[in-house]
Design a protein around this ligand. Structure first.
Ligand code: SF4
Length: 742
């Protein structure tokens, strides 16, 4: 922290509110936040900030943000001490484990976990201690298809190529809106500026989306597509590449397996055959393929819309099939693999070959959904609680999640949570999900925590290492979140609520280091002994990472001390080619045609003639929204009402809907009412509603959000719809019925 003006200090903090990970400059006066702006000298984000960044002040000061543990007594929450709260957990959780076994306790983690180093590093340790098969996360709501396709092709769950936008001259974007999101599974702060620079040097952007999104509005071309039809478009583009002899693998030729199999697989999907299914002319599809093939430096990028659909894994796979077939994978200006300084599985072990990934090691008890990346689809949660029998979920640990609003059929999840014998939540709010808990342990304001992004440097447009010190002190006695998780581990492991957290941490780390470092373990542990908790794990990861000092073997390499000494961050350079070194497939090749995916192509092949439903619903993202609790922050909540149903004028006329009027939307199990906004942004036959709203549920404590609660999109979505390979929920293109409310 440096002195700025008399009485004022300046702190720097990586913004944890979305995947863009912007560096912030925070002015502190009298122990309070006086202002937040972009950190101009940040090596990665260069001063960029969106309206959400400044909301960290509102989040920190929000009177609704929990600061004291809550325990439910007689149906009402009462404030307690930390010791009382943990004593309640110790009284109620272990007996359920003892009587009904480990699967009787489920764990759910939400999206903010990815933005908190303590939760991300210690949450899995709690999951391991619980030993339950019933582990669920937000990953099966929006990203598991991409993780699975990348795992099958490249051998790592996070070996996901991202557009090298600063050197690219053609971007094909499907189902993503980086003008608003600044990237997702692609960390790219100031997408707007980078896109502008790209176009200024003659580059082109094409957006494929059922809505003319903010990104489509600044692109060179917008191609409307029927929701859920990306697999047909992408397969037809691959078909065209083979058909018109446009395939050029370039440098990758010797590293790719399965080209002929991929060719055979896409043969049935000619542009002429899929045109009606996509709602795109065959000539347009062929032209897109030709443009991609002809571009010197190009990348295909697909995101939420390509993941949250019934063919999510296939669509995610075909995105990278196109990158490979056109010679744009792993080339400057193409789709490239970042090299993170720490925590990346694709920088560990033997380069160029590995065990690949495994799925389906177990199945969910009720619907038999296969395990994926150590978890089960979150759409299985309610049925696992409701259905009696051995292994029935009777207790739940939730960490920073709100599935009642964020997962399909939220009302069913809410009813299921009410049936639990015990629920404990670690969260910053008493929200629509945690209101069902028996104990809530308050999380921390991000300004009170140290930070280093564990996951996002693996997905960044440029390589970097940045660390943030805590900006403000936590209230006396408030444990860090990782310490609360360790205390829960102590309870689960029978060591008691008053376990010596520091000793438990030491033991866990020592065990892990011994497993990896063998005879060198003691020397390694000694080398990092100045740190505790997440900082020790970070120092271990940095020093053993690709830029690390290897504990003295490579002098001048990265250490935590060195990263800490660089408040602007350390730039590790532009993305560089990594194939074959990045691969961890058993063959040591890019698997262009994994058999699982070839088999799954039978589904869309049998679905070519499906007529368009009368009306389907899709979500959308707003720059002032992300997590549901952001609706409780004044700076983000102000302005026009945002939870509107966007409807095309033709649909509005035929359905009798009026701009600003109310409409009823009926899904498979529930109905919601919301405000109509007529807009030719939409494709006819498609209605769009943002998600994360519906703050009118009794018992939540989000006062500002409750003033304009909005409607819960997920209430009308069908929790039985999943991409069978990845278990990801189907959130896009779900049929609904819409009518005016008079
Ligand atoms: S884009 Fe906005 S919310 Fe996302 S990291 Fe940057 S400032 Fe934070």
């Amino acid at each position: 922290m440096t002195i700025h003006q008399p009485g004022e200090t300046i702190a720097h903090r990586i913004c944890p509110l979305c995947e863009a990970c912007c560096g912030l400059e925070i002015r502190i006066a009298d122990g309070r936040v006086a202002g937040i702006r972009g950190h101009d000298a940040d090596v990665f984000s260069g001063g960029y900030v969106c309206p959400k960044g400044a909301a960290l002040k509102d989040l920190h000061e929000d009177p609704d943000r929990l600061r004291t543990p809550l325990v439910k007594r007689g149906g009402r929450f009462v404030e307690t001490s930390w010791d009382e709260a943990f004593a309640e957990i110790e009284k109620r959780l272990p007996p359920i484990l003892a009587q009904h076994g480990r699967d009787a306790v489920a764990m759910v983690v939400g999206n903010p976990v990815a933005h908190k180093i303590g939760l991300l590093l210690y949450g899995p340790r709690l999951g391991k201690a619980l030993g339950t098969r019933n582990f669920f996360s937000a990953s099966t709501l929006d990203q598991m298809p991409k993780q699975l396709s990348a795992g099958l092709m490249f051998g790592g769950w996070l070996t996901i190529p991202v557009p090298d936008i600063e050197r690219s001259d053609f971007l094909l974007i499907l189902g993503a809106n980086p003008m608003v999101s600044n990237g997702s599974l692609w960390t790219v702060p100031d997408f707007r500026g980078k896109a502008k620079a790209m176009r200024a040097r003659g580059g082109r952007i094409v957006v494929v989306d059922p809505r003319r999104t903010e990104t489509a509005a600044v692109a060179d071309q917008h191609v409307s597509i029927r929701p859920g039809a990306d697999v047909f478009l992408l397969a037809a583009m691959a078909h065209t590449l083979f058909d018109e002899k446009l395939v050029r693998l370039g440098r990758l030729a010797e590293h790719v397996a399965g080209v002929e199999e991929a060719k055979a697989a896409v043969t049935p999907f000619s542009p002429e055959k899929v045109a009606a299914r996509c709602g795109i002319a065959a000539a347009t599809i062929r032209e897109l393929a030709r443009t991609l093939a002809a571009a010197d430096r190009a990348a295909v990028y697909g995101r939420i819309g390509t993941c949250t659909q019934e063919y999510g894994t296939l669509a995610s796979w075909l995105v990278d099939v196109l990158n490979v077939l056109t010679g744009h994978l792993d080339e400057p200006g193409g789709a490239m693999f970042p090299k993170a300084a720490a925590f990346a599985a694709n920088t560990a072990g033997k380069p160029g070959v590995g065990k690949g990934i495994v799925t389906g090691r177990r199945k969910s008890r009720v619907s038999g959904a296969p395990e994926i990346f150590g978890e089960l689809p979150i759409t299985c949660l309610a049925e696992e609680i409701e259905t009696p029998g051995e292994g029935q979920v009777r207790a739940l640990v939730s960490v920073a999640g709100n599935p009642v609003l964020s997962a399909p059929n939220g009302p069913r999840i809410a009813a299921a949570l009410e049936r639990l014998e015990f629920m404990v939540s670690l969260d910053i709010y008493l929200n629509e999900t945690t209101r069902h808990a028996d104990v809530i342990l308050p999380g921390m304001s991000p300004l009170e925590e140290l930070h280093y992004d564990v996951a996002f440097p693996q997905l960044s447009y440029r390589n970097h290492a940045r660390y943030s010190e805590p900006v403000l002190s936590a209230p006396a006695g408030h444990p860090a979140e990782w310490q609360s998780l360790l205390r829960l581990i102590g309870i689960v492991e029978g060591k008691g609520a008053n376990v010596d957290v520091a000793a438990l941490d030491d033991a866990l780390v020592a065990e892990e280091v011994r497993r990896v470092a063998g005879p060198q373990a003691d020397a390694v542990l000694k080398a990092v002994s100045q740190w505790k908790g997440p900082e020790r794990l970070l120092d271990l990861a940095l020093r053993s990472g690709p830029y690390g000092d290897l504990f003295g073997v490579r002098p001048g390499g990265l250490t935590l001390e060195k990263v800490k000494a660089s408040p602007d961050g350390i730039d590790l350079g532009p993305l560089a080619p990594r194939i074959p070194e990045v691969l961890r497939t058993p063959s040591g090749k890019i698997e262009l045609a994994p058999q699982t995916l070839l088999d799954d192509l039978a589904r869309p092949a049998g679905d070519l003639a499906r007529p368009a439903p009368d009306l389907v619903i899709v979500g959308r993202r707003d720059v002032r929204s992300g997590n549901s609790w952001m609706h409780n922050l004044p700076i983000l909540a102000k302005g026009p009402y945002r939870c509107t149903a966007l409807v095309h004028p033709v649909d509005a006329a035929r359905l009798g809907l009026k701009d600003g009027g109310k409409a009823r939307i009926v899904g498979s199990a529930h109905a919601i009412e919301t405000q109509v906004e007529i807009s030719d942004e939409m494709m006819p036959g498609v209605v769009s509603l943002p998600h994360g709203w519906g703050h009118d549920l009794e018992g939540a404590r989000l006062a500002l959000a409750a003033e304009r609660p909005g409607a819960n999109l997920n209430a009308v979505l069908d929790d039985r719809l999943r991409d069978p390979l990845s278990g990801n929920a189907v959130l896009s293109g779900v049929p609904v019925v819409m009518s005016p409310v008079r």
